[in-house]
Write a new protein. Structure first.
Ligand code: TYD
Length: 231
């Protein structure tokens, strides 16, 4: 089983090292959540975390960019309106934060058998920087993602789909960071990016973010349970 098979329902860790020792397969499960700002990811992540813990699973939750002290520092730089990084620099900073999280937290947790839930992963970079900013071709991005994610690929990516107008309305009430402050045209390109990813990769599960919270949670839990019980 290749770690870079994007439709793999179970993932295998293939650690990128200078030597050729294959890393042991682990029993952990990696799940990611994607969607534009204001799509309700955080609510669904808390519900899923709670439900899985109640069933006795060890669950780790990380947000991107962030999750380690260094990655949180990089997050501050990325979201600070005082800087407007060059688009390639921006991709590399998100990727640097990701590599740190993958190496220091996600890989060890998976090896310990945890369910690891990610609030965003490399698909956010494809959608926001690749499509939103319109930089770098797909192949270049995929190579960077493989490097930064240490070849990890989520078993399932829950994609919360929401009309842009709704998301922008939800966001309007809050204080916005640098990326949330971008215009509607930017977010339309981000959505187009997510839609392309959802068409291309079987690991993507699109969900209607306007459905009742409990209904969305039920769908998410049943998909997660299916993966956890298919050994
Ligand atoms: P997020 O933590 O989801 O925002 P918040 O907690 O404020 O709701 O993500 C921060 C912002 O970074 C968000 O606007 C999306 C953006 N982002 C990218 O542009 N590229 C990426 O690769 C990631 C992970 C996030």
């Amino acid at each position: 089983q290749r770690a870079d098979r994007l439709d793999a329902s179970r993932l295998t860790v293939q650690k990128r090292t200078m030597t050729s020792h294959p890393a042991p397969a682990h029993r952990g499960l990696l799940l990611s959540f994607e969607g534009i700002d204001g799509s309700g990811k955080s609510t669904q992540i808390s519900l899923l975390t709670h439900a899985l813990r109640q069933r006795g699973h060890s669950v780790s939750v990380y947000r991107e960019p962030g999750g380690t002290p260094l990655s949180e520092k990089i997050r501050d730089l990325l979201l600070d309106p005082a800087y407007e990084p060059d688009p390639v620099t921006e991709i590399l900073l998100f990727s640097a934060a990701r590599s740190e999280l993958a190496a220091r937290r996600i890989l060890p947790d998976l090896e310990a058998g945890h369910v690891v839930i990610l609030d965003r992963f490399f698909d956010s970079t494809t959608a926001y920087q690749g499509y939103g900013n319109g930089v770098l071709g797909e192949q270049a991005l995929e190579s960077i993602h493989r490097l930064a994610a240490h070849a990890l690929v989520p078993g399932i990516t829950f994609y919360l789909r929401i009309p842009i107008q709704h998301a922008l309305r939800r966001l309007a009430a809050q204080e916005k960071d640098r990326i949330e402050s971008k215009d509607e045209a930017f977010f339309s390109r981000v959505v187009e990016g997510y839609e392309q990813l959802a068409r291309r990769h079987r690991r993507f599960i699109p969900l209607d973010a306007l459905a009742p919270v409990e209904q969305i949670h039920g769908e998410i839990l049943s998909h997660a349970t299916r993966l956890l019980t298919s050994a």
